[in-house]
Design a protein around this ligand. Structure first.
Ligand SMILES: [Zn+2]
Length: 296
């Protein structure tokens, strides 16, 4: 495995000033939430190789963006914030890939922190944006069509709808879409198979099954089927085979800890760890069942 941590990112003086400026700007724009993950939201991390043809290119550990590479072109899952797109581009190039070779942009779900950069990333790459239909509506209204309220973002264009169980192929990349609605109506969990040292591993990129804390789960007029959607999605999530757990936020799978472990010993891949996946899915399901009981 190549140790990408040895590649130190070089900034021009202006670039450094700009990135400091952008970081400060983001601190001002993104309201800090209580919890232990605040530093994760603003500290830029180095891009790195996860496994096989999968790379981490998110600006921060809180807002992952993933690159899947092939000889026929690349796929990015989650553009994160528009302000992070220049960093994503720099990260792709730092890893030795051409941003214009990105042919498809996918997403975990249509919230600002995952698709806010879609419009700019599409412009930079020339790639096609593909999304589940319910999330496409949210992307194409810059968040206005979402059932929960949040800051709007720049409207993106969706080129193609994805169906449940559809396999998105590009070269030897094959990503299967599993609709796991609830967090958004078109929340999509992605799976694929990767290889390392002659072993095959099932990789799951979890959309997330967290409920919104500020709107009702039961009887939500904008999303009356939400409780059913979550129940369905927990059933789906629990049946997926998983060796490698990735997700829409880094703290779900202890990303920062894994980065440190990878630096300390590149020979042992810390991402091969299925237990964390079931632990977080069960935790979310427990929270869901408790809330369902309370609201009914
Ligand atoms: Zn979200």
């Amino acid at each position: 495995m190549t140790n990408v941590f040895l590649n130190i990112k070089t900034h021009s003086a202006l670039g450094l000033i700009m990135s400091v400026f952008i970081s400060l700007n983001i601190v001002a724009q993104i309201p800090p939430t209580p919890g232990s993950d605040d530093a994760e939201r603003i500290e830029a991390i180095e891009p790195f190789h996860i496994i096989d043809n999968v790379y981490y290119i998110g600006k921060t550990s809180h807002n992952p963006s993933y690159l899947f590479t092939s000889d026929a072109g690349h796929i990015i899952i989650d553009s994160t914030y528009e302000e992070f797109v220049p960093d994503i581009q720099a990260n792709v190039e730092q890893l030795g890939f051409n941003i214009r070779d990105v042919k498809i942009i996918l997403s975990s779900h249509a919230h600002h922190d995952h698709v806010g950069g879609h419009a700019l990333l599409k412009e930079v790459t020339g790639a096609a944006v593909m999304s589940s239909e319910p999330d496409a509506e949210v992307i194409e209204t810059g968040g206005v069509a979402d059932f929960r309220e949040g800051d709007p973002w720049h409207v993106g264009k969706v080129d193609e709808f994805i169906l449940d169980q559809q396999v998105v192929r590009l070269g030897d990349i094959a990503l299967t879409a599993h609709f796991t609605p609830g967090h958004t109506k078109g929340c999509t969990t992605w799976t694929t198979t990767v290889e390392e040292d002659g072993h095959q591993y099932d990789l799951v990129l979890l959309c997330g099954l967290r409920m919104d804390q500020n709107s009702p789960l039961v009887g939500n007029p904008k999303y009356p089927e939400m409780p059913k959607a979550f129940a369905y999605s927990f059933a789906v999530a629990k049946t997926l085979p998983v060796d490698i757990f990735l997700g829409a936020h880094g703290y779900w799978f202890n990303l920062r800890d894994k980065i440190e472990r990878l630096k300390a010993n590149p020979e042992i891949n810390p991402f091969i760890n299925p237990e964390e996946y079931f632990r977080i899915v069960e935790g979310w399901e427990k929270a869901y069942l408790e809330r369902l009981k309370r609201e009914r």
